[in-house]
Design a binder for this molecule. Structure first.
Ligand SMILES: [Zn+2]
Ligand SMILES: [Zn+2]
Length: 347
């Protein structure tokens, strides 16, 4: 154990705590002078992106979490102090946090599926996240982002999730990819698929969201009402990535995907899926899930670096930490179509 070198004598720290569904409170307390474990780093949070899963946590429809929790899993931060074993990082470095922390030792982890570890702890979901001045995470959860603008760096986490979904979907250059949902994650999938050479169609009921998706590389877009006609106009999709969790849309996707194509479900909901069993043999229907990401952060950082301006252009709402509950409510209530960003600190 190392004594933390930068203790803030007399300083106060803020944290926004989600006590339970719909109940968010800002707590201010004296900054603790804590010792830092050898493998940990202490961060000063700079930016937090708010996404659909935060909205699910706020309204109590996230299938796996416990309250109370400090939300925020799309985190950009500055290193304040490092433990003994974290010598590769230095105070002052800007990092993004890879929020899914696996045990690394169970049979699932040993097979490489660390994202599905039964003891998975996701920062901002199962353990306290970025909607706070200070955050301590293991060194292995951080990735330096020296050449990425701070506002753009909040996109690294959702882009990593998008890259993993495309990996799960075995996307190849030239594939016709249909993306269900043009929210933060859907647009991340659009960008990642288009950058990898796919022909991308996006379905969302909001024209404003479809417009944002077009600016990130979608070749065409449509309303979910017209989804059954997608094969007629564009050719049946080789791959469908669902970011909505809507069983209705996923069922339609199972009808329109080409025979032996693939559907990847990233969206979360409490829906149950009802598809004809015969389609699994008749059309080799394949539906797979995707959760968080494994090993995608370096590629995501590169992608965000090369598309930083286009991504930052999708930011619609910027609020200070005191206003973060407004951002959560705006995302939950779909009153905004672009990204919501919490500016925790500029230091
Ligand atoms: Zn997210
Ligand atoms: Zn594990």
């Amino acid at each position: 154990m190392a004594e933390e070198p930068h203790a803030n004598g007399g300083a106060r720290s803020r944290r926004l705590v989600t006590i339970g569904p719909g109940d968010v409170r800002l707590e201010v307390e004296a900054t603790e002078r804590r010792t830092l474990a050898a493998d940990d780093v202490r961060l000063r949070v700079l930016r937090v992106g708010i996404c659909g899963s935060d909205a699910h946590i706020l309204d109590g429809t996230h299938p796996y979490l416990g309250y109370p929790v400090v939300q925020g899993h799309e985190i950009v931060a500055r290193v304040e102090a490092v433990g003994h074993n974290s010598s590769a990082l230095h105070p002052g470095d800007v990092v993004v946090v890879e929020p899914a922390l696996a045990c690394g030792e169970c049979p699932t982890c040993r097979r490489g599926s660390t994202n599905c570890c039964p003891d998975l702890q996701v920062v901002g979901v199962h353990r306290d996240g970025g909607l706070a001045d200070a955050l301590i995470v293991p060194r292995r959860a951080t990735h330096p982002v020296a050449e990425v603008p701070i506002d753009a760096a909040v996109f690294v986490e959702p882009i990593a999730v998008a890259l993993w979904a495309l990996r799960r979907g075995r996307m190849r250059k030239g594939d016709r990819v249909l993306v269900l949902g043009a929210g933060s994650l859907g647009r991340s999938v659009v960008l990642a698929a288009a950058a990898a050479g796919a022909a991308v169609t996006v379905a969302d009921r909001s024209p404003a969201r479809r417009h944002l998706a077009a600016a990130l590389g979608a070749d065409s877009s449509l309303s979910p009402h017209d989804l059954r006609g997608v094969a007629g106009t564009r050719g049946a999709p080789d791959l469908v990535i669902d970011t909505t969790g809507s069983s209705e849309l996923i069922s339609i996707a199972a009808e329109v995907v080409r025979p032996a194509g693939l559907i990847v479900v990233v969206g979360i909901s409490e829906d149950a899926l009802d598809v004809p069993v015969a389609d699994f043999s008749r059309r080799e229907l394949a539906v797979v899930g995707a959760r968080n990401s494994v090993g995608m952060f370096p590629a995501a950082i590169d992608l965000v670096r090369s598309h930083a301006a286009a991504l930052v252009n999708t930011i619609q709402l910027r609020v200070p930490l005191e206003g973060a509950s407004d951002a959560l409510l705006a995302v939950a209530g779909r009153t905004i179509h672009g990204r919501a960003l919490v500016v925790v600190s500029d230091i």
